[in-house]
Design a binder for this molecule. Structure first.
Ligand SMILES: NC(=O)C1=CN([C@@H]2O[C@H](COP(=O)(O)OP(=O)(O)OC[C@H]3O[C@@H](n4cnc5c(N)ncnc54)[C@H](O)[C@@H]3O)[C@@H](O)[C@H]2O)C=CC1
Ligand SMILES: CC(C)CC(=O)C(=O)O
Ligand SMILES: [Mg+2]
Length: 371
């Protein structure tokens, strides 16, 4: 259980603090009900940290994140910091935390909730019942590979360089996370890459295949090119159970999967490190799939569900509070079932509400469910 656990909250920028406020509201409710058993700390990350501390993620914040039992992250970035040098952009805040905490497996569940079947841009029959777990590698690949940079060539023209590098150990450890999840779900994993045109993709396919044959013969493994997967996600999403992909492909495909559920504002995620053999502990960071949404920041209209559902994942994966996690997920679904909608999931005949009203409705639903 969660006694003596520490939760570090890093709201970040844009809509991050707005949606994090709604998690605070839920924690306060939990506290009123039967005193919260975990300790809460708060810190700065992203543009907010650049403004206050000159860096998107200070050494002190990394140390606090390492010491915490779980980190709840909002989102970072925005036009205010677009002119920052590349090495000091807000986005490096989350990349640094993932790297330094060894958070190599980003779990992004794309679940189409019944009340939102008609909110998707796809036909209801195509999305009804979709339940996909995207497992994205999150400390390697092209977001970290060297060399990288913009350089000037002898002819005076510039060229931009990024490098996709994967070792077989990096592929193997995230593949095992995917296989383990598939085993507990519907027993199927689709591994995506571009083995037809990329060397790292060839290695990815080979390593995932070897592990599948040797350790997970009971899991149905399918290999698919990432571009085909994008198309299949739109045409026949129900064929997928677990989708395993690199940092880049997993990032792209999970945003696409979010659209199936109605909105990016609905998708939570957990980014997990390895379990320490002696302590049994693992570092973990929970964050919505969406970014800081500068186009709607400050308007009070952001959908807080992805942040709230990320907190539910935290309760389940890091604090062993399965019952509270499930309760929170039920509360969100019931509120949507009752007809409340933020602008991003608005449908005819439903009641349009802002961030605060949606968060408060989830809290009231929790009250009803536990009365
Ligand atoms: N983990 C992180 O902190 C991430 C940060 N970013 C950063 O966020 C900034 C904006 O990036 P974008 O590409 O615009 O992606 P975004 O995810 O912030 O927004 C994409 C679209 O989805 C909408 N949206 C996102 N979350 C929503 C929510 N909760 N409720 C309602 N609508 C929502 C936005 O209004 C926007 O139209 C950039 O600086 C980017 O680098 C992007 C993705 C992840
Ligand atoms: C570093 C992030 C801005 C990259 C991203 O889009 C994500 O992690 O979802
Ligand atoms: Mg992304």
């Amino acid at each position: 259980m969660a006694a003596n656990k520490t939760l570090l909250m890093l709201p970040g920028d844009g809509i991050g603090p707005e949606v994090m406020r709604e998690v605070r509201r839920i924690i306060e409710w939990m506290d009123r009900r039967r005193s919260v058993t975990f300790r809460i700390e708060e810190g700065l990350v992203g543009g907010a940290a650049i403004d206050a501390e000159g860096t998107p993620c200070s050494d002190a914040t990394v140390a606090r994140a390492k010491a915490a039992d779980a980190v709840l992250f909002g989102s970072v970035g925005g036009p205010k910091w677009d002119s920052q040098p590349f090495e000091n952009r807000p986005e490096l805040g989350v990349l640094r935390l993932r790297k330094e905490l060894g958070l190599f497996a980003n779990l992004r569940p794309a679940l189409v909730l019944n009340p939102l079947v008609d909110a998707s841009s796809l036909k209801p029959d195509v999305v009804r019942g979709v339940d996909i777990m995207v497992v994205r590698e999150s400390t390697g690949g092209i977001y970290f590979g060297e060399p990288r940079g913009i350089e000037t060539m002898p002819d005076g023209k510039r060229r931009g360089v990024d490098t996709e590098v994967y070792t077989e150990d990096e592929i193997a450890r995230v593949a095992r996370v995917g296989f383990d999840l598939a085993r507990k779900r519907r027993g199927k994993m689709t591994s995506v890459e571009k083995a037809n045109v990329m060397q790292s993709g060839r290695l990815w396919r080979a390593v995932v295949g070897e592990i599948g044959r040797a350790e997970y013969p009971d899991v149905q493994l399918e290999h698919m090119y990432a571009d085909n997967c994008a198309m299949q996600l739109c045409s026949r999403p129900k064929q997928f159970d677990v989708i395993l992909g690199s940092n880049l492909f997993g990032d792209l495909l999970s945003d696409l999967a979010a659209a199936l559920t109605g909105s990016l504002g609905m998708l939570p995620s957990a980014t997990l490190g390895a379990v320490d053999a002696t302590s049994g502990k693992r570092h973990a960071l929970y964050e919505p799939v969406h970014g800081s949404a500068p186009d709607i920041a400050g308007k009070g209209i952001a959908n807080p569900c992805a942040q709230i559902l990320s907190f539910a994942m935290l309760l389940r994966w890091s604090f062993g509070m399965e019952e509270d996690a499930a309760l929170l997920e039920t509360a969100v679904e019931k509120v949507l079932g009752g007809g409340l909608r933020t602008a991003d999931i608005m449908q005819t005949g439903m009641a349009r509400v802002g961030t605060g009203v949606m968060g408060e409705a989830v809290m009231r639903e929790l009250e009803k469910l536990t009365a």
